[in-house]
Design a protein around this ligand. Sequence first.
Ligand SMILES: Cc1cc2nc3c(=O)[nH]c(=O)nc-3n(C[C@H](O)[C@H](O)[C@H](O)COP(=O)(O)OP(=O)(O)OC[C@H]3O[C@@H](n4cnc5c(N)ncnc54)[C@H](O)[C@@H]3O)c2cc1C
Length: 479
Amino acid sequence: MIFENVTAFRNAGFKPKVCIVGSGPAGITIARKLGSAGIPVVVLEAGGGDWSEESQDFYRGTTIGDPYFDLDITRLRYLGGSSNHWAGWCRVMDAHDFAAKPWVPDTGWPIGRGDIDPYLDEVHDILDLVQFRPDVPISDDIRWVQLIKSPAVRFGEKFHDELEKSSNIAVVLNTYVTELVGDGTKITGARLWSENQDAGTIEAEYYVPCTGGLENSRLLLWSNQQSNGGVVPNAAALGRYWMEHPQFEGGNAILADYDEFETDDSKEVFFSPSPEAMARRQIMNFGVRLIEMPYGGVKQLIANLACTAPDAAEWVAEKLGQNLRCAAQLYVGWEQAPVASNHIQLSTTEKDHAGIPRLELHWKKSELEHRTLLEGLRLFGETFAAKNLGRVRIADWVLNGDDYPTDQELAGHHHMGGTRMNDDPLKGVVDRNCKVHGMANLYVGGSSVFATSGQCNPTTTITALACRLGDHLSHKIVA
Ligand SMILES: Cc1cc2nc3c(=O)[nH]c(=O)nc-3n(C[C@H](O)[C@H](O)[C@H](O)COP(=O)(O)OP(=O)(O)OC[C@H]3O[C@@H](n4cnc5c(N)ncnc54)[C@H](O)[C@@H]3O)c2cc1C
């Protein structure tokens, strides 16, 4: 069932056991799992069935620190959430991404890749993915990895008819959850704002905010403030350890043979380091994306190489007229260390139309991140040279440690952390089952629970964790 507003929903007399807040990939996946187990669930969606300027306005906020996207641009507030404009790049976080990196504080998850593996077949169906091939080591340090470009499933479109026909799932549009009301042990209701006014409360047995990797923190921070700690009793980590995947063009390369690597239509090839290489260089995970350059770019690159790297130019000259195929741009995206000071807080001056403080994001890249970028490119270049696969030129700004360029991609629109998973309530907000520490009936869905970010795009892992949480809740409720 899909209702246009909360009045229509109330008129239908539907009694939910679970209240999910938000209809993005996380919310819809959890709802479908519960619905298929016969559990009545309501999905409250702040936006309507389509994009609107009025709805996006609630997402405005401020970023303090490094340059970042406008907060109302980097996400979408309507049915299907940000899946309405995601690019569809998919990969599940690696087993080593869940493990602690002893050289970086606060890394490591209480669960491992084995905990989400059982859900990957379902994830493939949900995201319309083919099977991933295993990684191919090209040296002890570097692996040729696969990211699959899925058809970028729009959750609101793909599952629209299924949701509309479902008798166990009620999606309520234009219904903004402004606050979860809690007494320090459980949530007792969700306060609503609909059609520009207060719309009372809704009650269920369980509550699962799935409002995205920025908004989950905002909702819980505000709710906790309103109830003097009654929603997240252990709030030391709430809003903290926020992470992105910074992304920049870090150099370029001449390749002996691009066909060495099978590419998809986008002609992009991906590499990442082995865990041993990360440990040896004491860096975070990273992904190098090679994108084939147009011919004019090749000529320019050879000219640059002749001036700056004569050895490489010699190698190129040798290859010219032989099997030199092309040049490529090197984009690097990397894992940010989880740092408590990268955090979300409530604005003390700005409020949205419902009177809820707007979001303030405090975000800065650290020295470890520059080292990850530089050492990562060195590792990659050394492997390519040693294997005679090509020659890499690292951009001057990376080598010199200059400021990050401001006219590039900046980051991935991947919003992670803020309600991180940790067994210790002082170090995390949710436990290994995504339940808020100290609360009997409050769970969190989405990448805000990520304890670390790995190097790959998050939505495949978000969807797997959502299947796992849906499964967990359905067993708990049915039992
Ligand atoms: C331009 C772009 C490209 C991207 N490309 C990729 C990619 O290639 N691969 C990848 O893995 N990821 C990509 N992403 C990230 C991906 O879109 C997100 O990881 C994913 O959508 C997160 O899903 P979610 O369900 O956790 O949150 P969202 O998709 O953000 O959904 C949250 C939902 O909650 C609703 N909501 C928010 N607050 C409230 C409230 N208080 N009450 C009620 N409802 C509320 C919102 O309206 C929204 O529908 C991209 C993102 C962007 C912006």
